[in-house]
Design a binder for this molecule. Structure first.
Ligand SMILES: [Zn+2]
Length: 440
């Protein structure tokens, strides 16, 4: 596992992840994906979609608008409860999340509890605090030309409500049998007081969420199945090391306002153990709130028994950036090849931005170049994500492909012209074999 600084540096150097709006000095809590990063990100998101939606018969997708009727966030409880405890240092006027300044505090910390903890200001070192106030983390904006309180809207703080508000549309149009799930991938926004830990706690993130609708008495069974599926996905599809994945049963006082049971799946990140994804039993909280706020019926009628009820919900929710950092941290390694040290990203073949890199041994030999281009075109037609590199010497090309995680480098040399075989060099072992390109 790599250190965070090394991963940040590699990601910038090789075009995976850049600081957001860097040319203007950046913007805290935002990150941009470069050419290599966007390939990795899409592969991870596609793998999730295939595993949880396409390969199952009980899952459907939706893609809802980011801007939603503001009543959504009243009904969901976000207007009232999506708060962090904010405290200001009276000496330097720095503002901080109170619960992060001392051990043993949680999000519902009171001013008295906070003062008793004796925290010092991280900026000036003094201990001269104001009252804690609730800070709502939703980004607000105005819709239309008039900026008054009737035009306030929010950038969605979770993708879940875009699913819940379409539950009735889906039931009325495709009549799915219970249990069934609605999946969505998309952006969510949180006005974090202090974004930190690289892409772990950013203000704008991509989520992959499922609302899995079940009959009320069956939630425990489906919760366990979804937990098992989550482990299977992380360990066998994304291939994160099982030893770095841990379950945390979230205690009632730390659970979100809507949840009756939550298990956080945590990961051993370079800077410590942190949440990777959450699995929450949301009861009928959301659908019942929507029914109350909208006056519309959210009942489900069982086709076999005729029973009518509001379904309960199991929600697996994973942040794409959190998953990307787990993948990068697991893949990052430094070792020695042929007496010199190198950095290598041991990405699974299915996630690596490029599957093969093709090069001619020498770029000033037209017969090598044209043969290499033939091999390159054939591999591209077969796999799509194949890259070409004829820069520098062969050693430098290998170093570069190791750093971006390309599993195999294919080199066309003079023997190729004789017997049609190419050198295939393996990223992880650095071993080389000679085979015909058709065997790849
Ligand atoms: Zn201060």
């Amino acid at each position: 596992m790599g250190k965070l600084d090394d991963i940040v540096s590699l990601c910038k150097r090789r075009g995976f992840i850049f600081p957001g709006s860097e040319v203007y000095g950046g913007m805290a809590g935002t990150w941009d994906f470069g050419p290599l990063g966007v390939m990795l990100k899409r592969k991870i998101m596609d793998a999730w979609w295939k595993y949880f939606v396409e390969d199952r018969e009980d899952m459907y997708g939706v893609d809802a608008a980011i801007l939603m009727n503001p009543r959504t966030w009243v009904a969901s409880g976000h207007v009232d409860t999506f708060n962090d405890p904010l405290v200001e240092c009276k000496s330097c006027h720095g503002r901080f999340r109170a619960d992060k300044l001392a051990d043993g505090l949680n999000e519902s910390v009171t001013t008295e509890e906070f003062l008793a903890a004796g925290a010092k200001c991280p900026t000036c070192g003094k201990s001269d605090w104001g009252e804690i106030r609730k800070f709502n983390m939703m980004f607000s904006t105005h819709v239309g030309p008039v900026a008054d309180e009737t035009s306030v809207a929010y950038l969605r703080p979770e993708t879940a409500q875009g699913i819940f508000t379409n539950y009735k549309n889906v039931v009325d149009t495709i009549y799915p049998d219970l249990p069934f799930g609605l999946a969505q991938q998309g952006k969510a926004f949180r006005n974090e007081i202090s974004p930190r830990d690289y892409i772990l706690r950013d203000r704008e993130c991509s989520q992959m969420e499922i609302e899995y609708f079940v009959a009320p008495g069956t939630w425990e069974e489906h919760f366990e199945k979804m937990l098992a599926a989550s482990h299977d996905f992380l360990e066998n599809v994304i291939k994160l090391p099982a030893s770095a994945i841990h379950e945390l049963e979230v205690v009632p006082e730390d659970r979100a306002h809507y949840s009756k049971r939550t298990v956080d799946i945590e990961f051993d990140y370079p800077n410590g153990r942190e949440e990777l994804m959450g699995l929450a039993y949301r009861t009928d909280f959301d659908l019942s709130n929507i029914a109350r706020e909208s006056g519309k019926n959210m009942d489900y009628r069982d086709k076999n028994t005729g029973e009518v009820f509001v379904p309960h919900v199991i929600e697996p929710s994973i942040g794409v950036e959190r998953l990307i950092l787990a993948v990068l941290a697991s893949a990052y390694a430094e070792d020695e090849v042929g007496g010199s040290s190198r950095v290598v990203l041991r990405l699974p073949e299915t996630l690596a931005p490029y599957r093969f890199c093709v090069s001619p041994l020498l770029k000033n030999k037209p017969e090598l170049v044209s043969k290499a281009q033939e091999v390159y075109a054939a591999l591209r037609a077969k796999y799509g994500n194949v890259t070409w590199d004829d820069s520098g010497n062969i050693g430098k090309r290998y170093r570069k492909q190791d750093e971006i995680g390309t599993p195999k480098c294919v080199v066309v040399d003079f023997d190729t012209l004789e017997d049609g075989t190419v050198t295939v060099r393996d990223r992880d072992s650095a071993e080389q074999v000679r085979i015909k390109p058709e065997q790849l």
